[in-house]
Design a protein around this ligand. Structure first.
Ligand code: ARG
Length: 301
């Protein structure tokens, strides 16, 4: 029997490190649950023990950052801003490919205040040569960055979720801005409001996904791109712990947990699993992938 805790403490074999990635994270100094824009956001549970949860969030975030660094990756940060409780979810700020960042515009006014801080930080990253360019969709068009736009390096394909957050017109425009093919997927379940909680492409070509997050057309699209042997269906048990919201770096997978079936499937596909539990962030509807923005992906890699 394989347990999350056993996976978590497995030693990292330094000789098997993947190529170093550049990641952007936002410390959770101002992380809070003060509004509800997705069904996971649990104000009651959070506020019953707010100071405990805030401490836990800090510890979970540190443990995630340390895990990336132990795996040999570079973690850059952005200064957290007062009054922006969800800013910690950096996946949403943009989608970057081949050094070009398509910047986000949030659907909900509650998160739109984060946008100037992201623009400022990306300007700095441009000056520092970490990214080359920034692009913006037409004014007012909702696009929630890597929450909804996931690069599939195996297929050279950008999976883009729309409807709950990202506007229906956005996937084609993001594809044009990055000059890549796009597979649009309509998000049909309130619980799975962003694509990154429902589908994740892996480096070996496998795609982990929650069938109940998609309609028949979406499932047909997934099936048309991913042969059956590479489809990994996640279960309700996996959904409850945000298992799909994982970060895959080469053969390493950093995730908050999963059912034994999914842990075993990923391990037998040759992935090394690193568990960082994220209960505090789950009370805002986010986990590992949501907390992370990757800056160095490129079509060729
Ligand atoms: N409370 C945030 C929101 O609803 C959570 C975002 C999680 N991020 C993600 N990439 N799924 O926008």
């Amino acid at each position: 029997m394989l347990r999350n805790s056993q996976v978590a403490h497995r030693e990292i074999d330094q000789s098997q490190r993947s190529t170093a990635a550049t990641l952007l994270m936002c410390p959770p100094d101002h992380f809070d649950v003060t509004y509800q824009i997705n069904p996971w956001m649990d104000l009651q549970t959070w506020h019953d023990q707010r100071s405990t949860w805030r401490e836990r969030a800090m510890a979970e975030w540190q443990s995630l950052k340390t895990t990336y660094e132990r795996l040999g990756h570079r973690v850059l940060t952005i200064d957290p801003a007062h009054g922006q409780p969800d800013m910690v979810f950096m996946a949403n700020c943009a989608t970057v490919l081949d050094s070009k960042a398509v910047m986000a515009h949030f659907r909900h006014p509650e998160r739109q205040g984060e946008e100037p801080f992201y623009r400022h930080r990306y300007h700095q990253l441009k000056e520092a040569g970490v990214i080359a360019d920034m692009a913006f969709l037409p004014a007012g068009m909702a696009f929630e960055g890597c929450g909804d736009a996931l690069w599939d390096s195996h297929r050279g394909l950008l999976w883009v979720g729309y409807s709950k957050r990202t506007a229906q017109e956005a996937p084609a425009l993001v594809g044009q801005a990055l000059n890549v093919p796009v597979a649009p997927l309509e998000m049909v379940a309130d619980r799975f409001y962003h694509l990154d909680v429902a589908l994740m492409p892996l480096s070996g070509g496998e795609v982990v996904y929650l069938p109940s997050a998609f309609n028949a057309e979406g499932l047909a699209r997934i099936h048309s791109h991913v042969p059956e042997a590479l489809r990994i269906e996640a279960s309700d048990e996996d959904a409850d712990v945000f298992a799909v919201n994982l970060v895959n770096l080469g053969r390493d997978i950093v995730m908050s947990g999963a059912s034994e079936a999914l842990l075993e499937r990923l391990q037998s596909a040759g992935y090394r699993l690193h568990i960082v539990e994220t209960p505090a962030f789950q009370l805002a509807g986010g986990s590992i992938y949501c907390l992370t923005q990757r800056l160095d992906l490129s079509w060729k890699a």
